[in-house]
Write a protein that binds this ligand. Structure first.
Ligand SMILES: *Cc1c(COP(=O)(O)O)cnc(C)c1O
Length: 544
């Protein structure tokens, strides 16, 4: 443990169904990154917050609206208490942090510790205890101080003094640079940006300026009251003149910054002129996301794929019938599950082309594209069926309206086309969907999707991508990674009706299975976290 070299800070981490400290793509990516670091035996640890009540559990009520329930988890049994603690001042109150640990073990037995900071210490006031109860609600600056400042101090309390690189996964943890600036200043007697930059690496995840955390300086200064020397004299130069921009702070004090797809790097450079921004396209952890049926197939034909999923390009030697069967087995399970639990009264048929759409309901993802002309849906309704899932953020009224309209339309069209909605999209639901659907629909309004990862999970399982050209899909189509691009609604419906449906329903299915092979062999072998972690090692970490 003493020789850990990289500490990865993330406001959310999604490792499995039982650890509910994630809301969506960012957290799942963090979990999949951790798993690949363990597989590749990188001396790595992660720091996050222990959200006692998770993000939220979604239920759809009688009016087809989202209800948000607490989603508590059994952290006292799943994690171990390290017995160590760290402290920081927030608003002139000394806050004590408990530090919990989970150890993830990779394919070859190497473990990566993940530390969860917890403010439920008996000496803390109630408002401070709430900081680690719910993900992304409440006192955001307090949470980010706990993660950045508290996380840095927690690593010292744990005596992890060999860390050379601090990797900020999104700007939420950027306050760690301020504590490092102060700490290294005390230790070396000089206060310089360069000694912080030398140790920090930053990955930015959102191409939408509104998605970057910004705080009023007045709010920041009152939040750090009690702390000494935490704000360097040139903070506004580092983090922005008007407001404290967490992305800008992280960019200013990192030796390496990257976006999460090639297109996203272009957009990020436009947003922050003059900054150097590289890219490392996201991936997924293949053994987490392949269905049991695909895993058995890969184990049989592609030895070594679990330790190195870039080997999945060997899928081209596997007989078509076996690939089709492994996928159909997953699809049968999905269809019977969805028929039991969907809230729209849909009755799916496991022989029919099944299109999945599961993601955050937020305007830019344009979930309603397929409803642009209901007559089109009625016409093709016997040949295709849809499954929808996803949550809207608690305070995103627009996202909630989109979700309600989709559920309402699904019910209205029930006699003409099967459109299922299933509640509470999470890791467990995602696994079923990405492995059992035939096509994965992705319709963001470009260039808002930084990368997207659910489509990669589909591709790995032979569920081809049907997507607008944005984020990872641009790169996937360029490398002949299977699936079908979409430009607009008319392109969507024409491609579906005249290209995809005939290919899917043809007697021998040869060209359909060819698509599945391209998805697994070309996309699956590349858009995985084994390839991604190797790129981080080369471009960002410089491990000695
Ligand atoms: C993979 C995943 C996401 C992210 O998917 P996107 O394609 O980036 O929207 C979100 N939520 C869950 C539960 C996932 O498994």
């Amino acid at each position: 443990m003493k020789d850990i070299k990289v500490a990865y800070f993330s406001a959310e981490v999604g490792l499995n169904e039982h650890i509910k400290t994630y809301s969506g793509g960012l957290g799942i990516l963090a979990g999949d990154t951790i798993k690949a670091m363990a597989d590749l035996e990188v001396p790595f640890c992660a720091m996050t917050l222990l959200y006692k009540y998770g993000f939220f559990k979604q239920e759809i009520n009688d009016e087809d609206r989202q209800e948000e329930l607490n989603d508590p988890w059994d952290y006292e049994n799943i994690l171990t208490d390290t017995g160590k603690q760290a402290t920081l001042y927030i608003r002139n109150t000394l806050i004590t942090l408990k530090i919990w640990k989970y150890e993830y073990t990779g394919e070859s037995g190497h473990t990566v510790p993940i530390y969860f900071l917890d403010t439920h210490h008996k000496s803390n006031p109630d408002w401070a205890k709430e900081l680690t109860e719910h993900l992304y609600v409440g006192d955001r600056i307090g949470q980010e101080l706990v993660l950045g400042i508290g996380g840095y101090r927690a690593l010292q309390a744990l005596e992890l003094d060999s860390i050379e690189t601090y990797h900020m996964n999104e700007g939420h943890s950027a306050f760690l640079t301020l504590e490092m600036y102060r700490d290294l200043g005390v230790k070396t007697g000089t206060y310089e940006d360069a000694q912080v930059e030398e140790k920090c690496v930053f990955t930015t995840h959102t191409p939408i300026p509104a998605g970057h955390d910004k705080f009023e300086y007045s709010e920041f200064y009152s939040a750090i009251e009690g702390e000494k020397d935490l704000a360097p004299w040139h903070l506004k130069k580092l983090a922005g003149e008007d407001r404290l921009n967490m992305t800008k702070l992280a960019l200013s004090l990192s030796r390496h910054t990257n976006a999460v797809s090639r297109r996203h790097a272009e957009v990020t450079r436009e947003m922050f002129p003059g900054e150097e921004v590289d890219y490392v396209t996201n991936g997924i952890h293949s053994t987490t996301w392949a269905s049991v049926h695909m895993k058995a197939l890969f184990d049989n034909y592609i030895p070594g794929w679990r330790l190195d999923s870039t080997k999945l390009n060997e899928i081209f030697k596997v007989p078509n019938s076996e690939i089709f069967k492994a996928h159909q087995d997953a699809k049968n399970e999905l269809v019977s599950h969805v028929n039991e639990v969907n809230v729209t009264g849909a009755k799916l048929n496991s022989k029919v082309l099944t299109i999945g759409f599961a993601r955050r309901f937020i305007q830019y993802k344009d979930a309603e594209l397929i409803f642009s002309n209901l007559d089109d849906l009625r016409r093709i309704g016997t040949k295709v069926q849809f499954i929808f899932a996803g949550k809207a953020h608690k305070n995103d009224g627009m996202g909630k309206e989109i979700m309600k309209r989709i559920i309402d339309k699904a019910k209205e069209l029930k006699d003409d086309i099967s459109i299922a909605f299933i509640e509470n999209y999470n890791i467990g639901v995602a696994k079923k969907l990405v492995s059992g659907c035939d096509l994965w629909l992705n319709t963001p309004i470009p260039p808002n999707e930084a990368s997207g990862t659910s489509g990669m999970k589909g591709a790995l399982n032979g569920c081809s991508h049907f997507s607008k050209l944005d984020g990872w899909s641009i790169e996937s189509y360029e490398m002949n990674g299977g699936g079908f691009p979409i430009s607009d609604y008319s392109d969507f419906i024409t491609t579906l009706e005249y290209k995809i449906i005939p290919m899917f329903t043809s007697e021998n299915k040869t060209s359909w299975i060819e698509q599945m092979k391209l998805s697994i062999g070309n996309s699956g072998s590349y858009f995985n976290t084994h390839r991604m972690v190797k790129e981080y090692l080369e471009k960002a970490y410089n491990l000695k």
